[in-house]
Design a protein around this ligand. Structure first.
Ligand code: ADP
Length: 158
């Protein structure tokens, strides 16, 4: 069984995140989307909201599940016997950040492997932070996020 964990803030999830999920679900037997709750970070959506939104979005994939993690990701996945971390990369900027992160995780546990999946071209400009900013000015985000997320953002910024 090949199982990977796809960790992230998902604040909120975008079509870019879902594209990674869709493609990864075809490669791995099981994919665990890990919604990270980091006390140092400020989120627009609470951990419970993010888990609920992501859970409803991944419903079509029977081999994808969602969980919340408020501890160190490396420890979290090891406890679940998962050794593969999946991360999406949109370009050079993402890659240098992701590369350092993977080195840090490797230093914490050498048995953890990070796998990078490049974004599909139509999603490479999609970034949760930029989408939130756009939504806060009531800009049109309908081509960037699923309708459920567009509605949730609309409610937040009403
Ligand atoms: P984090 O705060 O951990 O970066 P994000 O929710 O921003 O969490 O991202 C989670 C993962 O999804 C990261 O690996 C990020 O690079 C990837 N990702 C985000 N947006 C896209 C996109 N449009 N295309 C491909 N990967 C993406």
């Amino acid at each position: 069984m090949l199982t990977a964990a796809f960790p992230g803030s998902f604040d909120p999830p975008t079509l870019g995140h879902l594209n990674i999920v869709e493609r990864a679900a075809r490669i791995f037997d099981e994919l665990l989307v890990v919604v990270a709750e980091n006390r140092q970070k400020k989120y627009l959506f609470s951990a419970e909201e993010r888990v609920a939104i992501v859970s409803s979005l991944v419903e079509p994939w029977k081999n994808v599940s969602v969980t919340l993690c408020d501890s160190l990701i490396v420890d979290f996945i090891k406890e679940r016997n998962i050794r593969l971390l999946l991360r999406g990369v949109r370009g050079g900027g993402d890659f240098s950040y992701e590369f350092e992160l993977s080195m840090m995780n490797k230093a914490l546990d050498s048995s953890i492997e990070t796998i990078f999946m490049t974004t599909d071209p139509e999603y490479f400009v999609l970034r949760s932070s930029a989408i939130k900013e756009l939504a806060s000015f009531h800009g049109d985000i309908s081509a960037m996020v699923p309708p459920l997320v567009a509605k949730a953002l609309e409610d937040k910024y009403r």
